[in-house]
Design a protein. Structure first.
Ligand SMILES: NC(=O)c1ccc[n+]([C@@H]2O[C@H](COP(=O)([O-])OP(=O)(O)OC[C@H]3O[C@@H](n4cnc5c(N)ncnc54)[C@H](OP(=O)(O)O)[C@@H]3O)[C@@H](O)[C@H]2O)c1
Length: 518
């Protein structure tokens, strides 16, 4: 490093450079750059920072900035700022064109980063973001290693080197293990931030505050009081542009392995001794270790699968595809707190509305004191966490209907984030997660063991489904085959196939939609 650069670096804070691979893509334009822009407007990015986009597409700095501005105008939470706000942000944006498998790309990138770091190659903080299709993750990681971009320098002014990796992380346990091994060849685990943007949502983090920031709920949060838990992640849209990827993945890999299991884990974890990345993730791992592995013979009765009726007409979907676009699954967590309490998880595409919510259904009263008639007998209480698009909570309990006698009616106590904190108060998940990664807080990112345990839960179900030799035309009207439930077709705008309802009905239960009444 030249002496002058050394002097500069002693006097001013190190520069932070965020390098986004796949920077010409949808995620960068719709989510990452709008989030970084908002952080810039709020003055929450480091004092000296730069963002370098890497991709093969033809851009120079100017055209790259113009392309990203469209995304900011359309998607940033604080998009309505004056032109000066954009100009300030745009001045930090740079482009580096190159192929992901070409060493010359990384040499050019290293030069560009060094220039931004005042000609000091190992100075500054470096955050890499892999926003490419997943097959490129190992390629990029290996090249970063070969170019020496994975390491901090030996100087005292050297900063951190971290890498954020997008989902999907593997497509089964074996591939996730292989990817972890490839990453660990180049980066230490404490440099790796595996993103699941659900964990960046305020409403998801609120689950932990609700549970561990209040004294009154935790005593009833166990098998003695909870009848069951149900988690719904419903999408209104179909597979759209993602059909090629989706048809090889399906709903279990796309959302169960990550979002649904993460939500379930937060409902089920024990309170960590302290709120830090290690303790929190240790507790999450303990829950995943306790999830009962599904035996092949259980799959037909403990799962349901569906496909929306027009799925095979989507461009990019294989003819006769048996890919499930809907699934419902019953899991058990075999530990002292949750023994015998079913966790029902469901998700699907092209459903009646977009809705992510979690309901903790409590047991009924032990003795029905007020049973004047069946209609007015007490209903069991429940608490619902509305994750998106509604953001809030509901608590349902029984009240006395005014008048003679003792008639009961269920009422709901509501809390809405928007009403309480203002409509624009909730930061986007990517804002929070990018800031956490910059600050070195990995609490809301998945650790290697967490990812592998999640696949260990999903794999037996996916394998049983894949192995089923279901004759789809017959099975569409039937119930189940030997190894898997039948793939049932469902209509656009419905709540999925009848099998999902049967999964709960076999034990006298039903799905709830509390946040979304449509
Ligand atoms: N989009 C979302 O909302 C979203 C949400 C959650 C997770 N993710 C994950 O984030 C990652 C990026 O998503 P995305 O939607 O931005 O992806 P994308 O638009 O399909 O791809 C990003 C960029 O990667 C390059 N690319 C695409 N296909 C390639 C190929 N076959 N070979 C080499 N380069 C290729 C393209 O850039 P160049 O051709 O210019 O190099 C493209 O602009 C994916 O892993 C996705 O699963 C996305």
């Amino acid at each position: 490093m030249p002496e002058s650069a050394q002097l500069v670096n002693l006097q001013i804070p190190p520069r932070t450079t965020i390098v986004i691979f796949g920077a010409s893509g949808d995620l960068t334009q719709r989510k990452l750059i709008p989030a970084l822009y908002t952080l810039d407007v709020e003055g929450r990015l480091p004092e000296r920072y730069a963002i370098i986009g890497v991709a093969r597409s033809e851009f120079d700095d100017e055209s790259f900035r113009a392309h990203l501005r469209e995304g900011v105008v359309a998607h940033a939470r604080l998009a309505n700022q004056d032109a000066a706000a954009w100009e300030h942000f745009a001045g930090h944006l740079h482009y580096c064109q190159g192929a992901y498998d070409d060493p010359a790309t990384y040499a050019a990138l290293a030069r560009q980063m060094a220039e931004l770091d005042d000609a000091c190659e190992t100075c500054g903080n470096h955050l890499f973001y892999l926003a490419t299709p997943p097959q490129l993750y190992p390629v990029i990681v290996a090249h970063l290693g070969a170019a020496g971009l994975n390491r901090k320098g030996a100087n005292t002014n050297d900063g951190f080197v971290r890498i954020i990796i997008e989902k999907p992380f593997g497509h089964d346990l074996a591939s996730a293990r292989a990817l972890n091994a490839q990453i660990h060849d180049v980066f230490d685990e404490n440099q790796v931030y595996r993103i699941d943007h659900y964990l960046g949502k305020e409403t998801v983090q609120n689950i932990m505050v609700f549970r561990f920031g209040n004294a009154i709920f935790e005593p009833v949060w166990n098998r003695n009081y909870v009848d069951h838990v149900q988690i719904t992640v419903a999408e209104e849209v179909g597979v759209g542009q993602r059909a090629g990827y989706y048809d090889t993945a399906g709903v279990l890999r796309d959302v169960f392995q990550n979002h649904l299991l993460q939500l379930m884990t937060l409902i089920a974890i024990e309170p960590p001794a302290a709120f830090n990345a290690k303790f929190l993730r240790d507790e999450k791992v303990k829950v995943l270790q306790a999830v009962r592995p599904m035996r092949p013979e259980e799959v037909p009765l403990a799962t349901a699968r569906g496909q929306y009726r027009t799925y095979r007409d989507e461009p990019g979907v294989r003819p006769g595809s048996a890919t499930a676009t809907f699934a419902a699954v019953r899991l058990y967590v075999d530990n002292w707190r949750w023994q015998g309490v079913p966790f029902y998880l469901r998700s699907g595409k092209l459903l009646a509305s977009k809705a992510t919510e979690i309901t903790v259904q409590f047991k009924g009263v032990p003795h029905k004191l007020f049973q004047e008639s069946e209609a007015s007998s007490p209903h069991a209480n429940f608490i619902t966490f509305c994750i998106q698009p509604e953001e809030g909570m509901h608590l349902r309990f029984e009240t006395k209907v005014p008048g003679a006698g003792m008639r009961l009616r269920s009422v709901e106590m509501d809390f809405q984030f928007g009403e309480e904190f203002g409509q624009t108060a909730l930061p986007e998940a990517y804002e929070r997660l990018l800031l956490d990664a910059l600050n070195g807080d990995a609490s809301l990112f998945a650790r290697a063991d967490e990812i592998e345990l999640s696949w260990q839960i999903i794999d037996p179900i996916q394998m049983a489904w894949d192995a089923s030799n279901t004759d789809l035309s017959v099975a569409a009207g039937g119930w189940r085959t030997e190894t898997a439930p039948a793939l049932e077709f469902y209509e656009k705008g419905s709540w999925g196939p009848p099998g999902a309802d049967r999964l709960l009905a076999q034990h006298g239960r039903h799905w709830r939609l509390t946040c979304h009444k449509k």
